[in-house]
Design a protein around this ligand. Sequence first.
Ligand code: 9MR
Length: 480
Amino acid sequence: MKSLAAWRTWAVGAVVLAVAAALLVAVGPEGAGAGRADTASGHRWITDRQGRALVLRGLSTASSAKEAPDGMPWIEEKDVERERRALGTNFVRFLLQWRKVEPSPGTYDTAYLRQVAERVRWYGERGYHVLLDMHQDLYGPGVGGNGAPKWATRTDGLTSAATDPWELGYAEPGTVRAFDRFWGTVEGDGRDLRAHYAKAWRAVAEHFADDDTVIGYDLMNEPWGGSVQGPAFESGPLARLYQDCIDAIRTVDRGHWLFVEPSAIGANWGFATGLPRLEDPRGDGDEARIAYAPHLYPLPMDLGGGYTGDAKGQVDATLRAWREQTEKTARRLGAPVVIGEFGIDVGLPGAMEYVEKVQRMADDMGAGIAYWSNDPGPWAPWDAGMKPTRLLPVLDRPSPRAIAGDPVTFRWDAADKALTVSWRGRAGMRGDTEIHLPARHFPEGGRVEGGEKRSWDPKSRILTLRSGPGAHSVRITPRA
Ligand code: 9MR
């Protein structure tokens, strides 16, 4: 016989999924806007020190950090080198754990931060931009998840059982209570815990303030409201926590970008989010540096399905709705967009078509991407034996990496074997436009029409193009 707890988990799961399915139908193809074909979607761009718009393409490193006693991901330096060579990525979302940053109240583990910094250096030496992600799933190890330290986990004696799928653990009593206590929804106001969280971020930012490889800070992975959900959560406790973290970080670091995520439930499936605009007190009239980093897991895929049959139509509807909601929220926040996570078991039917579709959407949106994840295994470009999976050639795809001006459009047309890129150059702008041309598509490099080639580095496979004020439009095809 099933235990009461198991029934309850099942019932909550069934209700969540039924509501989600109903909403999915409601936002359906009609509710979603026609996709704009260009990257000038009205949102801003994350820029490098030369002011070039960055096209961030990479993966998360790594789920394995969640449970590792030292909090480090599986990678060694040679793995970073492999990823760079095989995929030409320029971006990584690097997982941090609050439990490691602040192992006891008010004590920050600088040895841990130094270990993180060493890995950031491995990436930096290969031209990557690193997003530091304060990861949590299911609150923390005190209630069967990862992220928060045990001392910050208040459950009032309630417990959490392991669930399958793991996401249903968000409805376990101990986990709900831990979140409620953190957000101050029940029993006390939780202010002390949230202050610890913001100060932990300040400690991280203090350590990395002068590190140019770090592009920014992802303030909380997939926030969950516990008993308070939806806009009430996002515009209330979540927005307040983000603001506190931003204010704390800005006391020590005025430069790096601050990445915010919506509540995962809902937004991951393409529903609207109630996340409000946040203040960025950089001072001196400097422009805000807040980026929006929602995750994308269409419901059929959350349930372990592929991109095939009836599910395909549902996934397509989700993608349209997701894009529309994301662009709307990005405009409200005045923020550039990075798809902070998307991923799939690469063995599922249609999986590669789905990945390509999302990448194309990201190109059309001018959004960054961090694929989930680089842990060798069924979702990754490498299997457990480090043999390439069929994802690898799909991720290894031509695109600009940095655009010296305001991007207009870029698109890789695999059938035509042509990459087109257009942008508007600005007067006084330093630096060239950089394009990544993988060997599998451009074995001898690229032939450039409509622009001036400056250099080609066959090792990094980066082609640089001269920019300058005015309109630029280039077409790059494989050199014979
Ligand atoms: O892929 C991860 C899986 O192996 C873990 O069991 C699970 C719980 O920690 O987390 C999965 O990764 C998730 C990530 O942490 C947050 N977004 C969704 C990811 C896929 O489920």
